[in-house]
Design a binder for this molecule. Structure first.
Ligand code: HEC
Length: 117
């Protein structure tokens, strides 16, 4: 069945994400499998590989430092105009947020630039 993006599902998705038991502690490196699980939840709003550009900002291919600082700001309530990312960011350790930022920054927008959803 084709999944239709619906704003009404946002609170549910974020609740599920925050409740997700992440066992990885403050490690600096994460396996591809771990990252796939962590980043998979982001896709429901940010699109496959974080490429979606809509009211939800595109995160793929943006500099890792920018993404990291945005995520840490969300987590530590430094962003005023926030709807969901504060709650989502709180579900991850700082090291996990940095790993997620590097993961999305490493996605090359020039190649395979098709939305798959
Ligand atoms: C429930 C939908 C949803 C999910 C799931 C979600 N995001 Fe977001 N994200 C948003 C929205 C909406 C914004 C805009 C800020 C806001 O309103 O919270 C945003 C903003 C961001 C930004 C800042 C981009 C910018 O240009 O300022 C980053 C980075 C980000 N998200 C990363 C992630 C990562 C990494 C994950 C997975 C851990 C994730 N998001 C999961 C909806 C979501």
């Amino acid at each position: 069945m084709k999944r239709v993006f619906s704003i009404a599902s946002l609170p549910l998705v974020s609740l599920l994400l925050v409740g997700l038991p992440l066992t990885a502690q403050a490690e600096e490196t994460f396996s591809d499998a771990q990252l796939e699980v962590m980043a998979g939840g982001c896709a429901s709003c940010h699109g496959t590989d974080g490429r979606l550009a809509s009211s939800v900002p595109s995160i793929a291919g943006r500099p890792a430092e920018v993404l990291t600082s945005r995520l840490l700001d969300f987590k530590h309530e430094q962003v005023d105009e926030v709807t969901v990312m504060d709650r989502i960011a709180k579900g991850f350790t700082d090291a996990e947020l940095e790993a997620l930022a590097r993961h999305f920054a490493a996605i090359d927008l020039e190649t395979d630039n098709e939305l798959e959803e």
